[in-house]
Every structure is written in C-alpha cells, then in structure tokens.
Design a protein around this ligand. Structure first.
Ligand code: NAD
Length: 468
C-alpha cells in the first residue's frame, strides 16, 4: 500500500464521502479513512437514516389509527421489534454497501481505522486490519463529525440511552423519560411513543425546539401532548439512580423521585475534535471544541481543511456535504466560498417542521423589519383530504423589496416542501415570483404560492384583504 496520497479525507460521513467523491471526480488521487467497513458515518449508521426508517414505521402506526375517522378500521398494531430492527438495519446496509461500491468505482482508496495527525503533512491510521500505518498527504480534509453530549451524574446503565443506543430498539420500555426537547428527543420520543412506550419529555427551556418560530412548533407540541404522557418545560434532572428494575429520577425542585424503565439523553452534540492529533499542527479550536475555518473551509494550517459538525452549527448532514464539495473546490484552486443564503432544517416528527433562511424570531432579535405572510393549511384542499388541517406555511418577506428572506412550514411533508423555499431564498425570489408560479392542484405545494398571495391580500382560498 502506497504511503503517500494527494488528498486524505478523515471521516466518511456525508461530509467526508461527499468531499472524497467530488475530489476523485475532479481527478485528484484520494484516500478516505474511517473505522466502519463502508462510508456512511453517523448519518447512515447511527442517525438520519435509521431514525427516519423508525419514524416511517411510527407514521404508519398513526395513520392506521387515524383511518378510523374516515371509516377504515385496523386492529391494534402487533409490533415485532426484531423485525423492525432487521428492516431498519437492512436499509442501512443497502445504503452503506452502495457507498462502498461508489468508492471503488471512483478508485478512492478506502482505509479502515482511526486517523491521528502526526504533523501538518503526515497522519497515522490505527486500529485497521493492517495494524498502524503512516500516510503522507499534500492536503487533508477533516470530517470527524460529532458525538452526543453526556450529562454528568447519570449512571452507566443499559437503561440510560443516547441517540445511538436508542436506535438499536433493544426493547420498548414501559415508561421512557426523554431528557431534551430538541431534534433527537422529539424524533426518537415519537418513535417510542408510537411503539407503545409512555413517554415523558423534559426540556430545560420554556419551549420545545428552542430557536424555531413558536407558530411552527405549536401544532407539533399539541400532537405530542396527546401522544406522550407529559411534556414538562423548564424542567431539569437533579439526580438519577438505578433502583431495582428501573431508574429513579428526581427533578429539580421535586421532593420525591419518579421511576422510569429507561432514560434517553438527547441534550445536544459536541464536535469530535479530540484525539485526532490537532495539537501536532497549527489547527485551532474554539472554546466549544469546533475547529476554526475560513469561508474556504481552510484551517490555520494551510494543508488542512475541516468541514461538517466539526466546524460548527448547524450540525446537519446536507451542510456538511456542501462544505465538503466547497473545500475540494478551494483545494483545486477555484474561487469559491461557503456562504449559503439558506440552509434548510427539518425536524422529522409528525407533523414535520421545516424552515430555511431568516426566521421571524431572528428578524425580531435583529430589529429587522419584515412582513410575515401565513397560509394556514385549514384552507388547503389537499391538507383536508389528508385529514391534516393543522399545518401552516409562512413566508418571511422584506416589505420594501418583497424578497423572500425565509420560509417556515409545519405539516406532513414539510421536509419535502421546504426545498422550494430554499431555492426561492437562494435565487433572491420575490413574493410575486412565488405567487405567479403555477403550482399543481391539489397539492400541499400550493400553500407556498398561496402564502405569497396572502402577502398581496389576494389569496384565492383565504379572505384576508390587505389593509394598506
Ligand atoms: P438539540 O440541540 O436539538 O436539542 C437539545 C435540547 O436539550 C435543547 O432543547 C436543550 O435546551 C435541551 N437541554 C439541554 N440540556 C438539558 C438538560 N440538562 N435538561 C433538559 N433539557 C436540556 O440537540 P439534539 O436533539 O441532541 O440533536 C443534536 C443535533 O443533531 C441537532 O442540533 C441537530 O443539529 C442534529 N440532528 C438533526 C436532525 C435532523 O436534521 N432532523 C435530527 C437529529 C439530530
């Protein structure tokens, strides 16, 4: 095996493999390093993909139940956890296997193991089948990702789950405490509630999904309140102890502990910047452990770039992939910068919440004058045929230029619908562009067009004349 490479990419998640593939397509000689047998990273092995497979099962359970409203009755679901797990693992296997094939087709050298930088142009790869090897490189892209934050004082116990172990669905706990009302807590809490657990979500802040506009969160919060045993805001865990066949949890301010079968901790993720040899280089990290990079994703060490969760928020796969491709273009000497106008975010609960660009809350905190046009799904024919009138589509607009600055959607399929919003923001589209674009009827996509019509006071299905 050659011990020199033009570009080494460390970490084969959606950031790393997108970078490696793009570099190979551009004619670079590439080595991709990761401990797993195939590329995929957290997203494919322990994140986005397995959680979405489980959320799909949860959605089918809910829809089967809701069908009784229109006269189609199914019995109670009989859940075979082993089969569900095998199906989910099968999806992961297919996708990661496919990435392995794409790696070989592109002639990217894939080395299994953990890489550690020895200096600005050499790294050691440990733990692979070939023992330790050294690799010299012209360029490196670090894409080691992030890991769940653990809370101090929680016992080491199979009953204490994190985002990774919860995806294994070893069993369906009777009573499950979810600590953290963010993306992971709500997505995986929803899965377990659908499978039959009594779920209690505790969030330390005054609302679920901090940072998301409240009107988008409301329909989800209402549904979760019905599906969960309780949602407790401004609540923190004081102590957790193993007690018999459960965990005794005492909340701040409560005299007596409550007993749970399992506790899922989902209080955020932190960058994996430790143990990769950064101290042997000039690469700098900030106080939260994020690697500092410029708009070309270059670190303070000219031969080393970094992308994805490792370099900062939002910790989203699609942001990492885009950064990966930008980093490669910069290494190839092209004039590029990572400066998106909109990075979409999607919470894959039911309903889904999706947003991009400027949010209403951000506009408020920046003191920026915006106009918000809302189209409630109760006025959408398609939403009603789905039995889902609780959705909302909103546009955050510049009142002067009428430009679309941000889009927010809550409702089933919001994650798919938001793509139009991202394009609108990126292209500098105006409300008129959206209103004059013919959208197919009857679809939920019409709510984007109608929200733009609301801005002008002439939405067909909502009588809301403009006052000015
Ligand atoms: P998060 O930041 O989304 O949510 C963590 C929540 O825990 C916050 O609401 C926070 O206020 C709360 N919290 C923190 N400490 C707490 C405590 N001691 N007690 C109670 N609540 C506490 O983090 P996450 O859900 O762990 O997800 C991590 C990241 O992974 C996300 O920010 C996101 O970038 C990514 N992710 C994305 C998706 C998606 O795109 N659909 C899904 C899962 C994860």
């Amino acid at each position: 095996m050659a011990d020199k490479t033009q570009l080494v990419v460390v970490g084969a998640g959606p950031g790393g493999y997108a970078a490696a593939f793009h570099a190979a397509d551009r004619g670079l000689e590439v080595t991709l390093v990761d401990p797993e047998a195939n590329p995929g990273g957290v997203c494919l092995y322990r994140g986005c993909i397995p959680s979405k497979a489980l959320l799909h099962a949860a959605k089918v359970i809910h829809e089967a139940r809701a069908a009784a409203d229109f006269g189609v009755r199914f019995g109670d679901p009989a859940i075979d956890v082993g089969r569900l797990r095998a199906w989910k693992d099968g999806v992961v296997g297919k996708l990661t296997g496919g990435l392995g094939q794409l790696t070989r087709q592109r002639k990217v050298r894939y080395v299994r193991g953990r890489a550690r930088l020895l200096d600005r142009s050499t790294l050691a790869i440990e733990g692979g089948a070939d023992g330790t090897m050294q690799l010299a490189f012209d360029h490196a892209i670090l894409a080691t990702g992030s890991r769940p934050v653990a809370l101090p004082g929680f016992p080491q116990s199979p009953r204490v789950l994190d985002a990774t172990s919860a995806l294994d669905v070893e069993n369906v706990p009777g009573r499950l405490l979810v600590v953290g009302g963010g993306y992971i807590g709500l997505e995986l809490g929803s899965v377990y509630a659908a499978l039959g657990s009594r779920v209690i979500v505790v969030e330390m802040l005054p609302g679920l999904l901090p940072g998301v506009d409240r009107d988008l969160v409301r329909p989800l919060a209402k549904r979760l309140e019905a599906e969960c045993e309780s949602i407790r805001l401004e609540t923190r865990v004081a102590t957790v102890e193993e007690r018999g066949a459960g965990l005794a949890v005492r909340f701040d301010g409560a005299a007596e502990p409550e007993v749970f079968d399992s506790v899922l901790v989902a209080v955020g993720r932190k960058p994996d910047s430790e143990g990769i040899g950064l101290e042997a280089t000039r690469v700098r990290i900030d106080e939260r452990g994020f690697v500092a990079v410029d708009a070309q994703l270059r670190t303070a060490e000219p031969s080393i770039s970094a992308i994805g969760d490792l370099v900062g928020q939002p910790m989203l796969a699609h942001k990492a992939s885009h950064e990966g491709r930008t980093a490669v273009e910069a290494i190839a000497g092209h004039k590029v910068a990572f400066e998106p106008a909109a990075i979409p975010a999607v919470v894959f609960t039911d309903p889904e919440i999706a947003w991009c660009g400027l949010t209403e809350d951000e506009a408020k905190s920046q003191g920026r004058a915006v106009e918000v046009a809302r189209f409630p799904w109760a006025a959408s024919g398609r939403a009603l045929t789905l039995g889902r009138d609780d959705g909302l589509t909103k546009l955050v607009l510049d009142p002067e230029t009428e430009r679309v600055l941000g889009v927010g959607i809550v409702g089933p399929g919001a994650g798919e619908l938001i793509a139009e919003g991202v394009l609108a923001v990126e292209m500098g589209a105006t409300a008129r562009d959206l209103a004059l674009t013919i959208h197919p009827h009857p679809t939920l996509s019409e709510t984007v067009m109608e929200a733009a019509e609301v801005f002008f006071g002439h939405s067909t299905h909502l009588f809301r004349p403009k006052r000015r």
